[in-house]
Design a binder for this molecule. Structure first.
Ligand SMILES: C[S@@+](CC[C@H](N)C(=O)[O-])C[C@H]1O[C@@H](n2cnc3c(N)ncnc32)[C@H](O)[C@@H]1O
Length: 397
């Protein structure tokens, strides 16, 4: 059976809940690109089920542990396998039933459908050729699965080797419409919280090669506020990404007082060189969910702010418990993503969090005026795959 891909226009009524996010950032084309990527991830999961030889055991019914031991998968592959099975279930390909053994049993009620990767890629490039890096990164991750499953290598080794850098630079880019949404909406929210304040100091964590920094500085420039900045403290632990980011930011914004340095969000800041706070604004896009101890990391960020200063973090979010997000297919094979401390209340599982978990974690770290923008609790009932949000909180005055 062939499945048509026709996402149509974005759901009506969404605009009412975008709040301070301009409608133009989530137009029909961006919506269609996001839908295409979600469908591509589902079809890659079907393709992986074949490549990992999951189908015979799934036809009989098996728990994740039985599948893993029957096929000789490494223990470290377990989170990625669980996520892959969850994605197939969410796509209607598997049923998940409880078993006396305590674990869930996954069953394929009929043969898994054939993936349509080539057709979907062609359709995606027709929609917007600039979305290619999102599909390329998913493909690269999927290609690594069999060797990672067999314990022959790690996701980090396969996807962070020198030959792969171009893939990441193209993906974390404001030219890639699927990723840019994270940066652009975070930039709008962050610029607003910074307020018109001469002498403002901004700390960015996990700045990578600077795609969010560019989005924020462009937004401030558009508003004629670049001259307000006394310091843009651009931090990123990877020297390669940091140097790329620093070069680009100096070239694009020569008048901005930029400082580039390494900073690990898991460690106390005083141990890592001089702290130039207190900051008016702390920002980061798609970095805080890898914090090993989320509340400790958020607490450090709060302490680095002046009273009344804001933390604004762009994050990929899941809108329902265990909901698969396309980026899971890439990041579930990374230890930095899976090996974090969990807590039933504040951080129920590793990986991308739900808006309610972020709100609880920020409150536990002492932030006030905690919120998630746009209003994803309302949006999810109209469109359950709006995976980009901005989480924010303020240091009490
Ligand atoms: C998903 S990338 C986002 C990069 C950048 N914010 C952007 O949007 O272009 C996450 C970044 O977080 C950085 N990172 C990972 N672990 C970190 C840690 N413990 N402390 C600080 N940054 C970290 C990575 O090196 C990477 O550059």
């Amino acid at each position: 059976m062939r499945l048509a891909f026709d996402p149509g226009p974005r759901p009506r009524g969404l605009d009412a809940f975008l709040g301070e996010i301009p409608d133009a950032l989530f137009d029909d084309r961006t919506f269609a690109c996001c839908e295409l990527v979600a469908r591509y991830a589902d079809d890659l999961a079907l393709d992986l089920a074949r490549r990992l030889n999951l189908a015979p055991a799934l036809a009989r019914g098996a728990s994740t542990a039985e599948l893993a031991s029957g096929l000789g998968f490494a223990d470290s592959f377990r989170p990625a396998l669980e996520s892959l099975l969850g994605r197939l279930a969410a796509a209607g390909e598997l049923e998940r039933s409880p078993c006396d053994c305590g674990a869930a049993v996954w069953v394929a009620p009929r043969p898994l459908r054939e993936p349509e990767l080539a057709e979907l890629r062609a359709r995606g490039l027709e929609l917007d050729p600039a979305m290619a890096p999102s599909l390329d990164l998913l493909d690269a991750a999927a290609a690594a699965y069999p060797a990672v499953a067999a314990g022959l290598t790690t996701g980090e080794h396969e996807l962070f080797s020198a030959g792969r850098i171009a893939l990441w630079l193209a993906y974390f880019s404001n030219r890639n419409p699927v990723y840019a949404l994270n940066n652009l909406q975070t930039a709008v929210v962050a610029a607003r919280r910074l307020g018109a304040r001469p002498g403002a100091r901004v700390l960015e964590v996990g700045g990578g090669a600077g795609s969010f920094s560019v989005a924020l500085l462009e937004e401030l420039d558009r508003q004629g506020r670049l001259a307000d900045l006394a310091l843009y403290d651009f931090t990123e632990p990877s020297p390669f990404f940091r140097r790329r980011g620093e070069r680009e930011l100096h070239a694009r914004f020569p008048g901005v007082a930029l400082r580039a340095r390494g900073l690990d969000i898991d460690l106390p800041y005083e141990e890592q060189g001089p702290v130039d706070g207190p900051y008016d604004l702390a920002v980061g896009v798609n970095v805080l969910h890898v914090a090993r101890d989320l509340v400790a990391t958020l607490t450090r960020l709060r302490e680095a702010l002046r009273p009344g200063g804001w933390l604004v973090a762009g994050e990929c979010l899941r809108l329902f418990p265990d909901q698969p997000v396309p980026a899971d297919l890439v990041f579930q094979i990374f230890r930095s993503f899976t090996e974090v401390s969990t807590d039933p209340e504040l951080r129920p599982s590793h990986g991308f969090l739900e808006p309610s978990s972020w709100r609880r974690a920020l409150a536990a770290a002492g932030f006030e005026e905690v919120s998630v923008v746009p209003d994803l609790d309302r949006i999810r009932d109209l469109y359950p795959r709006f995976f980009a949000g901005v989480v924010l909180g303020r240091r009490p005055l």
